[in-house]
Design a protein around this ligand. Structure first.
Ligand code: SAH
Length: 213
């Protein structure tokens, strides 16, 4: 809990375009150190992505903040996240919304994330093993959907599970070696998409690699 490092990070986020005060206080409040492994603890408040096992990464705080801001969350919303990973982004969303549903395809990462939610007494996150490309139809529709892994196209099942007036934010492959975060709004008439900023995410992969035998 290094207050100086935390303030340094918040100032960097503000300088880089994070203006939503609810998002800034969520970043301030969620202890990122609880979501990284021991060797990286001293870098927990750095604005950097870090390895979390299974070849995956905890996203850079700036990207977590900008994507959270792009979702335009209010406290009553029901949110679906694809790619639980460390659980950090889910914890930030949980500070901004009513309930967060999060799907992860790696069993080991899911178990670690769930243990962190319990240790931090975060009770409004429901995490499940599953292929996020298919979404979570039993809990649909969602007010907001966030993907934290990149795909060439937005999975149709996720667009279908977005409620009217809803917003989906996702990194999308837009060229060789290029990804951009897009924001999709669902209106009565259909979907409208805008491109927000370039990013670097791990790929959205199909299926669950280690199903129960
Ligand atoms: N949100 C995470 C970072 C995610 S890294 C955090 O805050 O730490 C991307 C995650 O998406 C990885 O854990 C990866 O295993 C997961 N993932 C990739 N494809 C997926 C899919 N189809 N369904 C569910 N999770 C997926």
């Amino acid at each position: 809990m290094n207050a100086a490092l935390r303030i340094r990070l918040l100032m960097e986020l503000r300088r880089s375009g994070v203006t939503d005060t609810r998002v800034l206080s969520a970043i301030e409040k969620v202890p990122r150190g609880a979501f990284v492994s021991e060797p990286f603890l001293d870098q927990a408040w750095d604005n950097a992505a870090l390895p979390i096992g299974c070849g995956q990464t905890i996203s850079q705080p700036l990207v977590v903040a900008l994507m959270s801001q792009a979702l335009e969350l209010t406290p009553r919303m029901k949110v679906l996240e694809i790619g639980t990973g460390s659980g950090y982004q889910a914890a930030v969303l949980a500070a901004l919304a009513r309930r967060v549903y999060t799907l992860e395809r790696h069993r080991a990462l899911l178990a670690e994330a769930e243990a962190r939610f319990r240790a931090l007494r975060i009770t409004n996150i429901v995490a499940m093993l599953g292929d996020g490309i298919k979404g979570w139809s039993a809990q649909a529709p969602f007010d907001r959907i966030l993907l934290t892994a990149a795909a060439p196209e937005l999975p149709p099942a996720l667009l279908a599970q977005l409620g009217e007036g809803g917003i989906l934010v996702a990194p999308v492959d837009t060229g060789p070696d290029r990804q951009d975060v897009v924001r999709v709004r669902r209106t009565a008439g259909g979907f409208s998409t805008e491109t927000l900023f370039p990013v670097r995410f791990v790929p959205l992969l199909p299926g669950v690699p280690d199903p129960v035998a």
